[in-house]
Design a protein around this ligand. Sequence first.
Ligand SMILES: Cc1cc2nc3c(=O)[nH]c(=O)nc-3n(C[C@H](O)[C@H](O)[C@H](O)COP(=O)(O)OP(=O)(O)OC[C@H]3O[C@@H](n4cnc5c(N)ncnc54)[C@H](O)[C@@H]3O)c2cc1C
Length: 340
Amino acid sequence: MTLVFVETDENGEVALTSAEALTFARTNASALLPQLPDGAPDTSREVAAPPSGSTEAVVVGPLSEEAVGELSRLGVSRIHHLESADLEAYSAPAWAQAIVDIAPETGAVLASGTPRGMELMTHVAMRTGERMAANVVAADEEGLLRQVLGGAAFERLQLDGDLQVLTLAGHACNPEETTPTTPEILTHSPESAAEDLRTRVVRTEVETAADNDTSGLTQARAVVGAGRGVGSENGFGEVLELVDHLGGALGVSRVVTGLGWRPHSEQVGQTGSRITPDVYIACGISGAIQHMAGIEGAKTLIAINTDEESTMVQRADYAIIGDLHEVVGAVNEEIRSRRG
Ligand SMILES: Cc1cc2nc3c(=O)[nH]c(=O)nc-3n(C[C@H](O)[C@H](O)[C@H](O)COP(=O)(O)OP(=O)(O)OC[C@H]3O[C@@H](n4cnc5c(N)ncnc54)[C@H](O)[C@@H]3O)c2cc1C
């Protein structure tokens, strides 16, 4: 069994990075399986375990209906819902111990390689005495493949021991839904040891109502969409200038909000806004089905992408194949020169 630590966002939705980790766990189930003797049941758990190879999720704090629905569509067989006063504020030692208490003795514990996932898995490995691999990108019968040097190189490794503790490199795997399950929900209310609560989050800044306002996006006649192709949170200069020239709005993909590059209020798609502009200019967006669900009502679709095979280019009325920074930069320059 693989236990996946799931993060939820401020709207209670499963974080995109956690959806990736759940998909990775499900699609690599046999490679992550404990080396149990043929067919031997896992008797290490207090509660009866579903068949080996299953994916279970652990969620700390509020568990929304939307999250349960998403976890079901991501193939989770059991949700461990950790809810107690001691776990209300994030505390790596306390949260990690609560995860350790429900982790199998054999199998894998996995989190996405976000700052929180990295920190928690390090504590889990330390507390279980097991080995950990960070930034894993693939798993097969030969072991694990992980990226090092910021993705410039890869190394193969095998973790001995009964429990593998892993973090998954960001975007090593695309989130994929599957036949929905009916996950069993187990609620746990652990009490944390005093020494585990010495480090905790004491204040969180919440976005203001203005930050959450999506009316500009849903009412704009021209929307410039920006996806992972912009490259970083500093890569929006050209698209924002184009938004300004068109008097329109910026819309982004879930990768962009998931990485924290832009606020959720700008997200377009199944779990963002559905928009109906006269023109949608998708820059560096691949055209995943969940994104397309939000732009079905656009009258004209223009794609700017380096990949002519991408769904967005295939579905567009007009497409420009090229680097978005160069293409949008050139368009801005032309608009500036024509307007004097
Ligand atoms: C339950 C669930 C709900 C979801 N809801 C949403 C949602 O509401 N909205 C949403 O958007 N997604 C949603 N997703 C995520 C969705 O599946 C995709 O992962 C996401 O849309 C991909 O974002 P992207 O196109 O920005 O990134 P990618 O898929 O990585 O695509 C990046 C694109 O940029 C191009 N590119 C790279 N560099 C350049 C460059 N320099 N110039 C031009 N092009 C470049 C690439 O060729 C590629 O086509 C959801 C997923 C799940 C599982």
